[in-house]
Design a protein around this ligand. Sequence first.
Ligand code: LAC
Length: 257
Amino acid sequence: MATSRRVKGIAFDMYGTLVDVGAVAEACKEIASDPIAFNAHWRAKQLEYTLLRSLMGTYQDFWRVSEPALAFTIRRFGLQVSSEHRRRLMETWLHPKPYPEVAAALSRLKERYALAVLSNSSPKMLRAGLQHTALTPCFRWVISVDAIRLYKPSPSVYQLAVTKMKLRKEEMLFVSSNSFDVVGAKSFGFKVCWINRTGAPLDRLGVKPDLLVRSFDELAAAIPNARLLTVPGANHYTILFALNPHPLVEVQRFLSD
Ligand code: LAC
């Protein structure tokens, strides 16, 4: 028999989800002839270093991981970059831009749900980024992996959100635009919404999100009337039932993919 539980809390990834990391690509224009490729490489290296450091048990915070990832990328692209330019590039992480619809959608969601940020980023970067975007008041918790010195997608990180928010796993929705984070959170046991703005393919790791939307507007429209409905045996998918027809169509299309 199906069981359903109301969503009580929502935890959000930060970079690429709440705020636009494309803004970092803008800054890369000053040093690289292909700033998009440069930025993508830097971002991939940053992620790789978080994974490697988690596996090696040699945690350093996200700022300290990002600097050597930048140095590697500069070398990889054969560039000469002054320390002043490097500093400016790093500082773009402290001044991100929120996606345009995020603030209004969070204000709506905040009325009904306890909201948190759960990020691989360091406390200093999170404080600066949330202040810069004026999103700080939207969140009851800002949770950095720094507390446990491990990075997402380690299950310990998702458990940290459960512990801090004092909710059951089943009462939470996790929202991310990053495919690795979507599959990590889903595999931990969260209900997961993937905000896929670009139509990116999902990593093939055997799990899929419960809800697929293209923006925070679609998320905010979908969930106020939603119940999380767990249907045993239905390919282990949990379908987020929404009155708004549009995301539901997307979910059905996605689940049958
Ligand atoms: C986050 C980025 C670093 O967790 O993926 O906010």
